[in-house]
Design a protein around this ligand. Structure first.
Ligand SMILES: NC(=O)c1ccc[n+]([C@@H]2O[C@H](COP(=O)([O-])OP(=O)(O)OC[C@H]3O[C@@H](n4cnc5c(N)ncnc54)[C@H](OP(=O)(O)O)[C@@H]3O)[C@@H](O)[C@H]2O)c1
Length: 167
């Protein structure tokens, strides 16, 4: 089973100002709506412990899987499994897709494993100048734009398919 990445970023490619900065206050209502719709449809959300700390509680009506090497949290499943192993297990449990919800470390982990079929990116009309980037490792994938929409505030709601690694 493959999964999708869902993220909001600034026009200069940042998903947060720092590890503790939540996207909640700077993303458009259309982005929030798309996040809820797509993650509920998937039923399983996967994130890193730093992202989970910015949310502070499990996302309702979804199985929450949090990557951590050391912590435990109520109401979520903590994992250290590789992306392929985790997705195979979710498939065996009956899930058809899973949403990878960040942050940078976990987006990169799944991209590098070749496990990501789609990217849902919202580009908000903002620049942060520095901060946490969408990805934090070198990689080389081509994307195919499948759809593009515009939110009331000018944010772009993009949907990409991930193509084969570019040599
Ligand atoms: N704009 C958006 O759409 C969006 C979405 C999501 C997140 N964010 C932002 O991104 C920032 C956090 O990103 P981040 O990259 O710093 O952190 P992160 O990916 O959320 O979490 C990193 C943590 O995940 C755990 N981890 C990573 N690799 C692991 C592995 N192979 N096995 C087990 N555990 C592993 C470790 O947790 P332990 O330290 O507990 O071991 C690590 O400290 C926050 O500011 C958040 O708001 C933005």
């Amino acid at each position: 089973m493959r999964c999708f990445i869902i993220a909001a970023m600034t026009a200069d490619g940042y998903i947060a100002k720092d590890e503790a900065h939540s996207p909640f206050n700077w993303t458009s209502k259309e982005d929030k709506h798309r996040f809820v719709e797509l993650t509920k449809k998937a039923g399983a959300v996967i994130m890193g412990s730093k992202t989970y700390a910015t949310i502070g509680k499990p996302l309702k009506e979804r199985v929450n899987i949090v990557y951590s090497r050391s912590k435990s949290f109520d109401g979520v499943e903590v994992t250290q499994k590789g992306p392929r192993e985790l997705l195979d297990e979710l498939e065996a449990r009956g899930f058809k897709e899973a949403a990878v919800c960040g942050g940078s470390h976990i987006y990169s982990l799944f991209m590098k494993a070749g496990a990501v079929a789609k990217l849902y990116l919202t580009v908000e009309p903002l620049v942060f100048g520095k901060g946490v980037r969408l990805f934090d490792e070198e990689m080389n994938y081509a994307l195919k734009l499948k759809s593009a929409g515009q939110a009331e505030n000018g944010a772009l709601l993009l949907e990409y398919d991930v193509d084969y690694p570019v040599k």
